[in-house]
Structures are given as C-alpha cells and as structure tokens.
Ligand binder design. Structure first.
Ligand code: ADP
Ligand code: MG
Length: 494
C-alpha cells in the first residue's frame, strides 16, 4: 500500500525522483592532471583545461572511468562499453569553458536498481535510470569584496557522477532512505567519500503529486540539497505546497526551486520559460569512450565487499543477530571499526572469530554506541582506542572480570582514558574465582541465614537466587557467578 497524503478534496499520492551528484574519489580531475584535494588555497589547483585557456585539450582520466564503472557495478547497473561525452552549453561566471562536458544520450552506466530499507523492516527496489560522468563547475565567492565577485576554480573540472533515479519513490522517508543507500554504496565501493558538508554529495529533488492511479503530475526540481534531513524537508514541503496549490484551483509550474534552510521550504529559482536550452552536442575534442568487457570484469573481481554481502557474512560466519548485522553494516565506518576490533580481540584472546563475533558485536552496538550517543560523538571521534577496547573484551573473555564489571570499567575508561587493565588493578575489580575464599564466604552466609536455609530445604527453591545475591553483595559483584553456583548448590541441597 502506498502512503497517501490527505487534502481538502481527497487523498493524493506523491512521486519523487532524485538526481544525485557524487564527487569521484580521484587524485586528479576528469580531463586534467590538476589536484582535487579539498580545502586548498583558492585557484591553487587549476590547469589550463580547468581555466579553459585557448587551445587546451581535455584528456580523459582513466581512474575516473574506473570509479564510474565500480559505482555502476555496486548498483547492479548495466555498464555501457561505449559512451559519448557531450557539451552542455550555458553561460555562468564560474564555468570558464562556457559549457560543461557531460554525457547525455549515451551515458557510461545504464539501468539498475538498489534496495532501500524501510522503517517497518521491509525493503523496496528503486530503479536507477543511469549514471553519467561530468565536470563540476568553479565557485563564485560573493563575500570577499564589497563590489566584486571572486571566482575559485579549484573545483572546476573535478569529476562528478550524476546518478539519476527513476520516479519510484512515494514518501519523504523513501527519498531519505534512497539517498542514504546511495551514500552507503559509494562509500563502500570507495568511489565517493559521501561528505555532504564539503559538497561531495548533493541531490536535485524532483517532486510531483497526483490522484492515486492517475498519470504523473507536473514536477518541480529543487537544486543542490546537501543533507538527508533537507531532502526530507524538501519533499514534505513540496508535497504540501503542490496539494494546496492544485486544490486552490492553481497548477504546478515545471520549475527549478531552491531550498531555504531557515524556513525548511523551497522558493522558485527559474521557471520552464526561462529554462536553459543547453544545445547538447558531442564534444569534438573527445573520442567516444570505449572499453572491453574484460576491463569491466577485472574491476568487478577486485570490488571490495559491499554492505549487503558483508551483512550476510556477519550473520552466517560470525553468528551475529540480523539486527546487529544491519546496524553494523549500514555505515562503512561502523563495519570497519567492528572488524578491526574483532581482529584485535582475536589476537588478544587466541579465540576464533566465530566465538567472539556475538560478544564484540553486542559490545559495539550497545555499550560503545550508547556511550557515543551520550557524548554526542560519531564513531570517528570515538575516545576509546581499539587497543583498549580489545583489552577490555579480552579481560571479559578470559573471565578476569564479569560482564557487569566490564560495563563499570568501560565508564571509567571513557572518563579517564586509562587502560582497562590498570583500572581493574587499581580498583581491585578482578573477578574472584578462588574456590576456597568463596566457599568460606558461603558458609558464613548460610550460618547467618539459618532460617532461610530451612525454608529452602522445605521446598522454597526460589531462595537460591537470594543466596547468590548475598555472595555477590559481599564481593561487590566480583565473585565468578559460575563458581558461586557450583559451590552453593551442593551445600544448600546437602
Ligand atoms: P531532466 O533531464 O529534464 O531533469 P529526467 O527525465 O532526466 O529529466 O528526470 C529527472 C529526474 O526527475 C529523474 O530522477 C526522474 O525520476 C524524476 N522525475 C521524472 N518525472 C517525474 C515526475 N513526474 N515526478 C517526480 N519526479 C519525476
Ligand atoms: Mg535534471
């Protein structure tokens, strides 16, 4: 069932399609050797091609081609062995060539689809129409001088992948889930860093509304939306605005709109009447881009493990719950952290991964993520080193401390940055497994509670827990529960 949006005159359905721009991870630009590193001095990474000097000639960067193919493979798309670069003509102060080299009718990557995870636990397939390679533009800077605009051409010519979805999404949540999924895919594939604050990923959000079952309505396109939350806000506010507009007797203009963070809504940028006529034509300086199926197959062979495959492996080989596997693989950073910690814990304890997977995954998803949430930090800002985390889990696996004490030690680790071994030593938190010592304690407890022992022996089995509790209390939780059980049972029953 598709979610409907109520209006004064009945229900409406929304139709959403996203065009995502993802900056290619590559040392050099799409058609020049200029560097791409973020944050460099303005205009310090500009070649003759990037600044469109007369006589310059673009030369395709093979790594950008590989990255586009990898991304296509990760989305299960058709890879086109022959594609064409076109000139898309428009006049912009930050576009010195006067055109952008892009791909129009023959893109490098064709159709495919990705599965998005929805809140109710179900998944939905969203069609991908195409992925093409194109150049980014420079950046106009309006805040550097009172009367003049400056331009920074560092970005000019940087390779972008434009990933165009089919109009398959129906709710703000689906649009957000799709954007998230594409981000996760490119990060796993190592083709885009997904850093939205730095502008490495942004989406043009297309929205229209219709009566259920009717033809698609006229869409608006909101440009350059650079966070998952903003994508949701754009979709929500556009659905609302378009429904109200149509119900008031108006019609939706096919127009380009801009998102305003302050209000969480969109405003018009340009309408179809002023829309650009890009006069696309094949770039005469570039031959058609051709490669062989073997080239593609080799890239497919060398692809890193992607989220869906990783999740399956975590469940099958490491015996991790499907829920934890989901949480750990949704973001590559989390999966990387988990796998590094698991390897370090294996090293520390000498136990196989199949035995440690569950413990380590539980610790990461509940103890660590819980603590990070409290601190308002991301996994990248995690104050606990892998070394210390593995040591803590090792102490628990070896039985030096119980799971309960491990939680206390972890809290102190976050506060002080001390190693778990030091904390356990300093605070005397070692688990007591010395049977003699525990036995003496049990005898004392039984003697002091003779009435309860009688009750137990008279059939009140539940009192067993009371005696365990007494031992734990006396040892401040340090007694090894297994040893306590083993010693207590025969004494009580005897
Ligand atoms: P253009 O090249 O003019 O931007 P496309 O056909 O490439 O047009 O579509 C751009 C995006 O708009 C795609 O992601 C597509 O899924 C989406 N889209 C197309 N029609 C609609 C519609 N009626 N409502 C919402 N989104 C749409
Ligand atoms: Mg478009």
């Amino acid at each position: 069932m598709t979610k409907l949006f109520p209006g004064a005159t009945g229900d409406w359905e929304a139709v959403i399609g996203l065009e995502i721009h993802a900056q290619v991870i590559s040392e050099a630009k799409l058609f020049s050797g200029a560097a791409t590193a973020y944050g460099a001095e303005p205009n310090s990474q500009v070649s003759f091609v990037c600044s469109a000097q007369p006589g310059m000639l673009p030369v395709i960067n093979e790594e950008c081609v590989r990255q586009a193919i990898r991304t296509g493979l990760a989305m299960g798309c058709k890879i086109n062995l022959r594609s064409i670069f076109d000139r898309k003509n428009y006049f912009y102060a930050d576009l010195p060539q006067g055109y952008q080299i892009s791909q129009y009718l023959d893109p490098i990557v064709g159709e495919g689809h990705v599965a998005i995870d929805l809140e109710d636990g179900s998944t939905k397939e969203i069609g991908v129409e195409r992925l093409h390679l194109e150049q980014d533009a420079g950046k106009s800077m309006h805040d550097q001088h009172p009367t003049m605009t400056y331009v920074d051409l560092n970005r000019s010519g940087v390779a972008l992948m434009e990933i165009v979805s089919k109009p398959d999404m129906r709710t703000p949540e689906e649009a957000a889930a799709y954007f998230k999924k594409i981000r996760s895919i490119v990060r796993y594939a190592g083709t885009c860093d997904g850093n939205m604050e730095q502008g490495s990923m942004r989406a043009d959000v297309n929205v229209s509304v219709r009566r259920p079952g009717e033809e698609f309505g006229t869409r608006t396109e909101t440009k350059n939306v650079n966070s998952i939350r903003y994508v949701m806000q754009v979709v929500e506010s556009e659905i609302r605005r378009q429904i109200d507009l149509i119900e008031d007797g108006g019609t939706v203009d096919q127009e380009t709109r801009l998102f305003e963070v302050a209000t969480g809504t969109t405003r018009p940028m340009r309408s179809k009447e002023e829309a650009h006529d890009y006069r696309y034509f094949p770039d005469p300086d570039l031959l058609p881009l051709e490669f062989t199926q073997e080239f593609v197959d080799k890239l497919a062979e060398d692809m890193p493990e992607l989220a869906d495959a990783k999740k399956k492996r975590f469940i099958a080989d490491l015996h991790i719950t499907p829920y934890n596997a989901d949480v750990l693989t949704a973001e590559k950073e989390n999966a990387d952290y988990f796998e590094t910690l698991l390897a370090a814990t294996v090293e520390k304890t000498g136990k196989p991964v199949s035995e440690l997977g569950k413990l380590v995954s539980n610790w990461v998803t509940s103890d660590l993520f819980g603590a990070l949430k409290k601190l308002g930090k991301s996994i990248g800002e995690n104050p606990v080193s892998i070394e210390h985390a593995a040591e803590l889990l090792g102490l628990q696996v070896e039985g030096t401390i119980s799971g309960r004490i491990a939680r206390d030690v972890f809290e102190i680790m976050i506060e002080t940055g001390d190693s778990p071994e030091k904390i356990v030593e300093d605070k005397g938190l070692k688990q007591m497994s010395d049977t003699g010592e525990i036995e003496t304690m049990i005898d004392e407890i039984l003697a002091a509670n003779a009435d309860k022992v009688e009750e137990y022996r008279g059939g009140k089995d539940k009192l067993f827990g009371f005696f365990v509790g007494q031992v734990m209390k006396k040892t401040q939780g340090k007694a090894n529960p297994q040893v306590v059980n083993q010693l207590l049972r025969p004494k009580l029953d005897g």
